[in-house]
Design a protein around this ligand. Structure first.
Ligand SMILES: *Cc1c(COP(=O)(O)O)cnc(C)c1O
Length: 459
């Protein structure tokens, strides 16, 4: 008799790799609210946005006409140095949980920079190069975005300046060194290189920084120089668009596995990796093909943007220099507790995800740091991958759902959007192993204060 063959990996051939990104804006039942100019508080014009971004990205940002947008050949060529990524079946995790659930994960940690972020970094570097831009300023939290853009900058010969959130700069020196190896210039934020940074340092010399503050510094840098653009690693529509290559590939791979997810789970910092996975599945929910598909966004309990935020117009950055968008927000001045998932320490959320949450198409859960690492440990000891603290958030909820399946004696198919490895996060694992990792209470008072400072918008 033939031995039982359990396929644990689904490979897509490079010739079958998707050639288009999926643009959810063409399928939204209601359009997104407009992006506003922070000075006028009126809808931002393309001219205003063009001081920050290449025109091609601005057009993608507001494109409501085209469901699919062609990926440029030069970008596809670079994608092919690591894509398609593999879809895995987590047999060993299923066994450890003794669950009837089928657990799949799409793993974005195999590329040169170790997370999903190069999917957009490469596209943005390409569009900037096309416009003759020589230099890009950006912010980074845990260092993943800075690494991805530094890597893309090296490929396109663009100078990269990275403002790295101080707490991560101190906790994760190896990320900074990686950026420098790829040729980028990385400084801790708040930095003395911008007015925003100098003002903050004068008020609070030991400020741990925040993503919002680092964004302010990078935006200030970009608007003050003709040869420089700004680049965002998450939140905005064109970044989510570039990430949809993940979900487009996964749809083909789930078909190869003869499976369809009941639950898709992923972590949200600004929302890009998870949106990249789940957006291509939303049409099935809208059309009724899979009405009961659950899409679960997972966030830290100490920075619970969707589960506890206000749905309001707010600045994307901490100081009020950048565009204003309608989103769930904890207040742009809110500085989240120093959890290890640096990529999830952000006061706002992608407007597309917030909009879909308002429409009842996605749900959200908040989880505490120690339980998140419990899940990361189990995953490392079953599937072998040492996950970044961010995707450990999705592992937590996926494991909880699989355990529910065991209790209820029901099988469900769970798809995890795994955003990257944790090889630069071992200090956090060391804290966990030595019992020093702590949970932070939700800083309600701080949030209420920050939410009192939202911009006054009359639209
Ligand atoms: C940046 C990052 C995140 C959070 O950002 P999103 O835009 O929400 O994806 C999650 N996971 C990893 C590994 C990251 O680097």
């Amino acid at each position: 008799m033939a031995k039982k063959f359990n396929r644990a990996m689904y490979f897509l051939d490079q010739k079958d790799m998707p050639t288009h990104w999926y643009n959810i804006q063409a399928d939204l039942p209601e359009p997104l609210p407009p992006t506003l100019n922070p000075m006028t508080k009126q809808p931002a014009t393309p001219e205003f946005m063009h001081a920050l971004f290449p025109m091609e990205c601005i057009l993608q940002e507001v494109n409501t006409a085209d469901r699919y947008i062609e990926i440029p050949d030069e970008v596809l060529e670079i994608y092919r140095t690591w894509r398609p990524t593999v879809l895995h079946r987590a047999y060993r995790l299923e066994k450890a949980l003794d669950t009837p659930a089928k657990i799949f994960y799409k793993y974005e940690g195999t590329n040169q920079a170790g997370s999903h972020k190069p999917n957009t970094a490469v596209a943005q570097a390409y569009y900037n190069k096309q416009e003759g831009i020589k230099r890009i300023a950006t912010e980074t939290g845990a260092g993943q975005w800075g690494s991805a853009l530094a890597f893309a900058g090296a490929l396109f010969d663009i100078e990269i300046k990275v403002y790295m959130v101080r707490i991560s700069y101190d906790q994760k020196p190896y990320r900074r060194i990686a950026m420098e190896v790829w040729g980028a210039n990385c400084v801790p934020s708040p930095s003395p290189d911008t007015k925003t940074g100098r003002d903050m340092l004068a008020k609070w010399p030991d400020c741990p920084g925040s993503l919002g503050l680092a964004i302010s510094e990078a935006v200030e840098d970009a608007v003050s120089r003709e040869d420089t653009h700004y680049s965002l690693g998450s939140v905005v529509n064109h970044v989510l668009l570039h990430q949809t290559i993940i979900g487009e590939e996964t749809r083909k791979q789930m078909e190869m596995a003869d499976a369809y997810p009941d639950i898709i789970v992923g972590c949200i910092g600004g929302g890009s990796n998870f949106a990249g996975q789940f957006l291509p599945w939303v049409p099935d929910k809208l059309s009724g093909k899979k009405k009961d598909l659950r899409i679960i966004c997972v966030e830290p309990e100490s920075c619970p943007t969707v589960t506890k935020g206000l749905y309001a117009f707010d600045y994307g950055d901490a100081v009020g220099l950048g565009p204003i968008v309608k989103m769930y927000t904890l207040g742009h001045g809110f500085i989240p507790p120093p959890i290890h998932a640096g990529g999830l320490r952000y006061h706002g959320m992608a407007p597309i995800i917030c909009h879909l949450h308002r429409l009842g198409l996605v749900e959200a859960q908040a989880v505490p740091q120690t339980k998140v690492f419990d899940a990361g440990m189990l995953f490392a000891r079953t599937e072998g991958i040492i996950s970044a603290p961010e995707p450990c958030h999705d592992l937590r909820v996926a494991i909880d759902e699989a355990l529910k399946c065991r209790e209820e004696g029901k099988s469900k198919t769970i798809l995890i959007a795994h955003s990257g490895h944790g090889h630069f996060d071992l200090a956090a694992y060391e804290k966990y192993l030595s019992g020093e990792l702590v949970d932070y209470a939700y800083p309600e008072e701080e949030v209420r204060k920050a939410q009192a400072e939202l911009p006054q918008v009359s639209l």
